[in-house]
Design a protein around this ligand. Structure first.
Ligand SMILES: O=C(CO)[C@@H](O)[C@H](O)[C@H](O)[C@H](O)COP(=O)(O)O
Ligand SMILES: [Zn+2]
Length: 219
């Protein structure tokens, strides 16, 4: 067996873990499709994570509000940890385990999706957020490290990455994020083509963009 220095060894670990991840790639396809239906129908994605996973969660919301590859309408997606005033106030007043749960109660509506990213699948603030979401009728999808873990148990659906190190799990989570975005855009594109084929003046994606403000009724 070839023994690589640690830095190169990381590439080997990533390669092996990516190979295993291919088997769960269909989950990213499904999530991208469903997200297109939820957001296109006026719903919202909430996303959260701690540390490196916060960055990945924010990466996903940025690509939905901005764009992934091609130009398309913006969609409603919020990275909960990115609101520093809310997170610090909630941590200070209610405790750190409440930082995401309280924002889920504030922003989440029935039919929305909460995406939680965690390498351990055991962070208490994410577990509380999952509980809050389910109580509000918000679907919970978890991107985690190795199964089994408490977060996958507390979520409606999960994609668990089998990799030995936190770093590798995080890197594969970013791959998953981009695959979800690609599937999301493809689903919108199919909707637009369907809309045009049916003679609709506006494709489904554009219609969703235009109608979103009206559709999203806030309590
Ligand atoms: O990025 C890294 C390590 O690569 C760290 O910042 C890491 O994300 C933090 O320790 C997190 O608090 C870990 O939380 P989790 O992934 O277990 O939910
Ligand atoms: Zn990206």
């Amino acid at each position: 067996m070839t023994v690589h220095p640690p830095v190169v060894g990381h590439c080997d670990e990533l390669q092996v873990a990516l190979g295993a991840f291919r088997a769960s790639a269909h989950v990213t396809q499904r999530w991208g499709d469903r997200l297109a239906a939820v957001l296109g129908g006026g719903g919202r994605l909430l996303a959260a994570g701690n540390g490196g996973s916060a960055a990945q969660a924010q990466h996903l919301t940025a690509e939905l509000v901005g764009r992934y590859r091609d130009d398309r309408p913006p969609f409603s997606a919020i990275a909960l940890h990115a609101d520093t005033s809310s997170t610090t106030a909630i941590a200070n007043d209610y405790g750190v385990d409440e930082v995401f749960a309280r924002q889920v109660r504030a922003h989440g509506r029935k039919g929305d999706v909460l995406m939680l990213l965690s390498t351990s699948g055991a962070s208490a603030n994410l577990l509380s957020a999952a509980d809050a979401a389910r109580a509000a009728g918000v679907r919970v999808w978890a991107l985690t490290g190795r199964a089994p873990n408490p977060l996958m148990a507390g979520s409606d659906e999960s994609l668990c990455v089998e990799a030995p190190s936190t770093a590798t799990v995080q890197e594969i989570h970013l791959v998953a994020v981009h695959m979800i975005c690609a599937a999301f855009d493809a689903a919108l594109e199919r909707g637009e083509r369907g809309g045009r084929a049916a003679g609709s003046a506006a494709g489904a994606g554009r219609a969703a963009g235009a109608g979103r403000a009206a559709q999203r009724k806030r309590r």
